[in-house]
Design a protein around this ligand. Structure first.
Ligand code: SF4
Length: 341
């Protein structure tokens, strides 16, 4: 377990042991639910979830924003109470969105702590997070950081942009060079996964009267992410699975999103019909989603290529195939439900 000072715990609150932290500070959960002086923390906790649901990185604001003695504990408590509210609501979509937004918030601090002109202690602490939480050995090399090729490949697999391909990286003696920004970006998915796992593993406390109103508001907030789109009747299991994952607010991989979009476009659905399906993805951004689907549809972008649905073989290699006897040895999901020639 990494030992944390007040500064670090405010930046990376998910590293704290929640119950222990409350004990150390002399608080009980009951107090947050009943003490009117602590209501501000419950309000901030709700705001934190709300901003995550909207895809924003939370930036705590108070009348005393410059007072560290107020802002640091408020940052930690609002995170911990947010988890309590999420657990009480049991809403997976919000938990996923919250985890991703908190990962992006932590990523910002990690990057800042890694840049060469930041103080040495922060830099060492950030390196420690890479090592102790994600088992990545990262070392400073001038203005860059270097990580072993094997670690790089394991994490860069989440990226599809050309710049992340190993052939496009500066590599020396088995080490890949990364800027502080790239180093922090490399572990965003793992950070989100780590935070989500911690939230899911936390015990759900009994409901208190003081939390009821906020939990009710969370249920209403989650309704915004209910998808009503009806997809045509005969769809193969891989596509059904991808839609289910999105509906549950899971982070469908890039190849999964590509498969889904190309399949639905191939079945004659429009960008307007497809875009809402992605509404529950934790990183959903309407503008970007629509742009990406348009690109796949060949309606925008440089070469205006309309992409076809990948083959079953390709989908299998991406771990996205959930074949059933109904698949009947087809070679492309577009053939599902039709007799093979
Ligand atoms: S066999 Fe093809 S259509 Fe069936 S689930 Fe796998 S990828 Fe989808």
């Amino acid at each position: 377990m990494i030992s944390l000072g007040q500064d670090e715990i405010a930046k990376y609150p998910f590293l704290a042991e929640a119950g222990q932290y409350l004990n150390d500070k002399g608080f009980t959960l009951e107090q947050f639910a009943t003490d009117p002086d602590l209501k501000i923390i419950v309000d901030k906790a709700y705001e934190r979830i709300e901003s995550a649901a909207e895809g924003k990185i939370y930036n705590l604001k108070t009348d005393n924003s410059s007072d560290k003695d107020i802002i640091l504990p408020l940052n930690v408590f609002s995170f911990l109470i947010a988890i309590v509210l999420l657990k009480l609501s049991g809403l997976n979509t919000l938990i996923n969105r919250f985890s991703l937004a908190e990962a992006r918030r932590a990523e910002k601090f990690l990057e800042r702590d890694l840049v060469s002109d930041s103080n040495k202690t922060s830099e060492e602490f950030a390196i420690k997070i890479f090592r102790d939480v994600f088992s990545i050995t990262i070392k400073k090399a001038g203005d860059y950081f270097v990580i072993p090729i094997s670690d790089y490949l394991q994490h860069a697999v989440n990226f599809h942009e050309l710049e992340w391909k190993l052939v496009n990286r500066h590599v020396e003696n088995g080490m890949v060079f990364l800027t502080p920004h790239e180093s922090a970006r490399l572990i965003r998915k793992e950070l989100g996964g780590y935070i989500g796992t911690k939230i899911r593993a936390a015990n759900t406390p009994p409901m208190s009267k003081g939390f009821e109103d906020k939990v009710h508001k969370l249920s209403n907030l989650a309704k915004k992410f209910v998808v009503d789109t009806v997809v045509s009747t005969e769809i193969p299991p891989c596509i059904e699975h991808a839609i289910e994952a999105l509906n549950k607010g899971e982070n469908l991989s890039h190849s999964g999103r590509f498969m889904l979009a190309t399949f639905l476009l191939g079945r004659g659905q429009t960008v307007d019909e497809i875009a809402p399906l992605f509404k529950n993805a934790p990183d959903y951004n309407e503008k970007i989603t629509r742009y990406q689907i348009k690109q796949v549809a060949g309606e925008t972008g440089g070469n205006r290529t309309k992409y076809a649905c990948p083959s079953c073989e390709k989908i299998k290699s991406n771990d996205l195939c959930f074949a059933t006897p109904d698949c009947d040895n087809i070679i492309n999901p577009m053939q599902f439900g039709k007799k093979r020639l």
